[in-house]
Design a protein around this ligand. Sequence first.
Ligand SMILES: [Cu+2]
Length: 438
Amino acid sequence: MSGAIVVEDPEGSLPPEIEAMREVVMVLQETNIESGTLRNYKAASEIAGSNMPLYGGGGGSSRAESKDEKGETAQDEEGESEVLHFATVNGQYQPIVQAQPGEAFRVRLIHGGNNDHMHVSLVPTDAAAAATATATAQGTGQGGRREDGPAEDHSGGGKASSGCTLLTLARDGVYLRQAPRLQSGGGHVVIAPGSRADLAVLCEEAGVYRLASSKGGNDEEEQDSIMSYLGQETDVFEGTLAFVDVGGDALDMELPEKSPAAAGSDRLLQDLRDIPDNEVSRFVFEFNAADKVSHLGNTYTWYGVNGVQYTNSSHIMRRVPLGSVEEWVVVNQRKGRGEGEQGLPVGCDRGGPGEVTADGHPFHLHVNHFQVVGSSWGDDGPDWSVGDWRDTISIPTPGNVTIRWRADDFTGEAVAHCHIFGHSDTGMMMNFEIFDSI
Ligand SMILES: [Cu+2]
């Protein structure tokens, strides 16, 4: 079960373009049920007249297609090998969001799912694509492309063909300093389980658009790029999340040109990159995944952090003085159990036994946000840049991300973990404690 708690900005504190936007909250969830249980859902779905796709595979690319797929597999009485795998938005299956042409609105996207990464874009259905093509041919539009505004400064390959502009304003509840930002070339947003993205959306042309997740980008190059970042074995949801139905009177709203955080002076936004290296404490946090093990009749993959499987909630792996700044290198490099607490990996590219891993892990830190200060991937990931603040980040696989965070305000025990629950629940988690040193 999950839901959204939205902490609103104080009235009058935002740029007028953002203030004027309507808000759409979207809590994403996934369901993934195999074999036997699926038959119950199938029966319930058919009785209810639902168009939910009860077949093996992704969430379907459209309502019509889902229905066809369901029809095709209705003959399959066994269903043993089938997998029911779909995503919902606010508990609804592929809901429709209404919008007007030229209307800028804000989407608060919250990934409350447990396993799949989302690689989200807003793409026209065939009808919208045809309308856009017609408008372009007649010279009455630019294929949906905005020629003015901030989007142009960060424009990537896919915007012209999409008809909509999708800009990131904030991640994990913190406004980006360099916002609004078009990310990942074609306007895709990567959202890991547990992470949040605040987006500004504007569609110029009337039509029906799909808010969809896919491994693909607008071209092969982008697809290669996203999977080589996340790891080839990482699960990325493929299917429609929601539809945006753009119609009615055209509006002439503007996308914001500057970030609400640009002049931020609160302590959270103090740039931790300015702190000298000798004033931070370094720690290496390594994700470990090893062979399958049997326990109480179940077989599962061994998951751990720094060579330790989380089984003891009173075991503290890291103690942090209140007010101090931590620098953690979060590593996902090799298969195997790692070297344990007594022999923490000293470098990012840990040697020793174990193949290079292709299974990605979103790192999540409780209590304090962290700032990205470096990565084996370079200064810009698919959905982050050095300097950004987050509480959840996917680690390049194989590779590492270096973060800094200040132990602010709160003392006590907390956890850092992979946000794929199948991993964290079987051991990919560690305790740390913030203590008052005075
Ligand atoms: Cu994981």
